[in-house]
Design a binder for this molecule. Sequence first.
Ligand code: TYM
Length: 333
Amino acid sequence: PRKVFSGIQPTGSLHLGNYLGAVRKWLQMQEQNSSDSITICIVDMHSITMPHNPPMLRDNIFTMAATLLACGIDPAKCTLFVQSAVLEHSELNWILSSLTTMPRLAQLPQFKEKSRQVRDVPLGLYVYPVLQAADIMLYKATHVPVGIDQLQHIQLAQHLARNFNGRYGELFPVCTPVIEQDDGSRVLSLRDVSKKMSKSDPNPKGTINLADSPEQIKEKIKKAVTDFTSDISYDPNTRPGVSNLVNIHAHVTNSSIATVVEEAKTLDTGRYKERVADAVIEHLRPIREQIDRHMANRKELSYMLEMGADRARQVAQQTMLEVKQRLGLGTYC
Ligand code: TYM
């Protein structure tokens, strides 16, 4: 049986990129094999590595939990919890930080990109991927379903697991990233196809949030950048804008790229955008309703997350006992 772990930042509401790149995979895994253990973490400690607003962070944690439930994450089948509730994440982060080097962290693309956005780079931003490795390793995860943008971070986790095992004896599995082969693993911004769809996109019109109203979705897709060719074809290299829409369309209708392109044969991009918008709205409608339902009851959400944290803590504490023993920390006899 696999031990699956993944995380998501509560930076803003869940968007179509997160959904198609990661959350759908989690749902598939949840339904596939009941002997797998699946742990999903709302990584609030990662979200403080960039300047943030505390009341907003707290709201976003609840919104994220409500949204994940609305998508179909089932707390009876998965352990869903908030990172800061399990202290061992920080503890293992510290231990792992002595097992990698500064040059290795400095060359990671996400660090390079984010550090450009602030004048003085916080240490937390630098250590970010080590904390991510701690997340994965605490649960001895074997499989980590993510979008392609996380690949280098997962590779760092592999490196840390190997390094730990090499120095202190075999303890951690070297995890496998589970990344969609098709383009679901990289949904692009609707406004700038050189970027992935992202919560931190300065242009919010490039990102479709799961909680967006039908009008907002229509508007955003209508204004999505395409090119000067009016028919519909799929070629991410030469026609990234249209291909991004085709990709989204195929995913939300559960069809293949070829089918979607074939069915759009008679449409120009303007009409096609309407069709894509309708399909996205249809797909997201029940999710949006469920988000509202879950948001109406914060107490229940909070209780559910506490239960998740209790379960996560048991695994994390056991791992930390083993880690400390291996390192000669503390006074265990
Ligand atoms: P985050 O919160 O940025 O994104 C959550 C998941 O969504 C995927 N994703 C995308 N996939 C396709 N197209 C996009 N435009 C797109 N944008 C985001 C991400 O690849 C990710 O799978 N560092 C992580 C959170 C994290 C984590 C972990 C993940 C912390 N600890 C341990 C896995 C394991 C992050 O910032 O993801």
